[in-house]
Design a protein around this ligand. Sequence first.
Ligand code: PGA
Length: 253
Amino acid sequence: MRDKIVAGNWKMNKTLPESKALIKDIKNAIKNEELQNIRVIVAPTFVNLRSAVKKAKKSVVEIAAQNMHQADSGAYTGEISAEMLKSIGVKIVILGHSERREYFGETDSLLSKKVDQALNSKLEVIFCFGEVLEDRKSENHFKIVESQLKNGLFHLREKDWKHIILAYEPVWAIGTGETASPEQAQEMHKLIRKLIAENYNQSIANDVSILYGGSVKPTNAKEIFSKEDVDGGLIGGAALKADDFVALIQAIK
Ligand code: PGA
């Protein structure tokens, strides 16, 4: 059975003390919860990852990085390698977030290299993709998502898929307050699973967790998470307050 996942992407938010406090609050709020098959992941900024790993120890909270470089090491000023993340106890990395694609020029072909590098270093990958508003308006959204998956992930071997979490995030719904309807999310997630079944097999398609991202909040989470092919959420804004984030974890139970 595939995992349900609530993952918080903190983006460029939270100083070190704020980051520590938020992890502590989340930990305390969920310590007595039954979370069978439910994973809770948070992704603080690079400089706070080491402390986050320590703070989350002995709790169910897992720590992810928001990005990494595709090379092993070398003259790449300002960049962070997969091995660096591993060496401080980070086991998961978010790749291909739409903000990385849009503001930092990350392309499908670059992302496929990053995915390979992460998997080579035994990191689990949360791979993000999704269409922009114009694609949806012109009804190209299915084609765009298919090409993002094909170019970013469909070179992987069957066994690699155990280490992949997908996050469908329609760009028009990120940070805008506008959410895809539960039906729109389900429709896309179902297509994604079908594409994986066609390119690999049904068992891989059934086992991969597909998260929805884009203005998920306590008021809309239950309905979105209740859809058959939606296995949780990648959360931005609502992950920055412990109460909201914990409400999302409760919404998936
Ligand atoms: P949002 O961000 O929840 O603030 O829309 C989602 C994301 O960027 O992953």
